[in-house]
Design a protein around this ligand. Structure first.
Ligand SMILES: C[S@@+](CC[C@H](N)C(=O)[O-])C[C@H]1O[C@@H](n2cnc3c(N)ncnc32)[C@H](O)[C@@H]1O
Length: 260
């Protein structure tokens, strides 16, 4: 039985980045294709609210974009900035709340790809987030917002597993739904991360709470953010030539929002 640590995975950016960072390419290509296809402006400056370790920001910076982001977790922000600096870019990630921030100079595009938005616990916070992002964007700028909707038909995904390895470090992770409450709109998730290093094997046990959105609830929310129009919807296969309609059994969606 490995040592077990009850902790927040976001406090271990190295492990987070290994697990989620290895999957960057499809999202990265999709972002570039979406900028090309849907933006009404030339994209030079990109912002990521809840950027975490900046697994996508670093790739975008290396591709020539000016990037910045914010995140509540100071350890993730340090990790993001240290890596940006190591590759010769400015330390442009800041500790901040994605539902309450301002930027000094507007951005051409923003993105939030894998459910981070669902960390926001209330409708008020979600509306405030959309307003902050709209204020941070120049006219015609895009916000790519990816999340799992709660399907109203069919069965929702109940668990997901990932594995990744870099050098001597390997991480296996497992995430499962403990409870979904459609009244409070809270999904309670359990997570385990098994970490293997040459000298130690241990498990991080974590849990988190995501706000739930049916397609209708998401539509209602977006109607409270009139600064944005929904220009297209995709799923997590990130096929730019294959947008999807949102059906009652749709789960993973990337909303392409454009600032009016
Ligand atoms: C699933 S991670 C995603 C990180 C990054 N966007 C990515 O794609 O790898 C979610 C991130 O949201 C951050 N977070 C949660 N609530 C936040 C808030 N209110 N404002 C800013 N960041 C927040 C967490 O600290 C964590 O780094």
């Amino acid at each position: 039985m490995p040592d077990v640590l009850n902790a927040n995975l976001y406090d271990f950016p190295k492990y987070y980045d290994l697990i989620f960072g290895s999957d960057w390419k499809a999202e990265f290509d999709f972002l570039l294709e979406a900028f090309e296809k849907h933006s009404n402006r030339y994209v030079e400056r990109i912002f990521e609210p809840a950027c975490g370790t900046g697994r996508l920001l670093i790739k975008l910076a290396q591709h020539g974009y000016q990037v910045a982001g914010n995140d509540l977790n100071p350890k993730a922000v340090d990790y993001c900035n240290d890596r940006l600096k190591r590759f010769g870019f400015p330390r442009t990630a800041t500790v901040g709340d994605m539902a309450d921030f301002k930027v000094k100079k507007k951005f051409d595009a923003a993105f939030n790809m894998i459910n981070s938005f669902r960390h926001l616990p209330s409708e008020k916070a979600a509306v405030s987030h959309l307003q902050c992002v709209a204020d941070a964007l120049a006219r015609g700028g895009l916000y790519l917002l990816g999340l799992h909707l709660t399907p109203t038909e069919g069965n929702a995904i109940e668990n997901e597993a990932w594995s990744a390895r870099r050098g001597n470090l390997a991480v296996n992770s497992y995430m499962w739904t403990k409870k979904r409450d459609s009244k409070t709109r809270i999904e309670h998730l359990g997570m385990t991360f098994d970490i293997y290093t040459p000298t130690r094997q241990f498990r991080i046990e974590d849990e988190m709470y995501y706000r739930m959105y049916t397609a209708r609830q998401m539509r209602q929310l977006l109607s409270k953010a009139p600064a944005f129009e929904v220009v297209e919807t995709y799923d997590f296969s990130y096929e730019i030539d294959d947008p999807i309609p949102i059906e009652p059994d749709t789960e993973d969606v990337v909303f392409v929002l454009r600032k009016r």
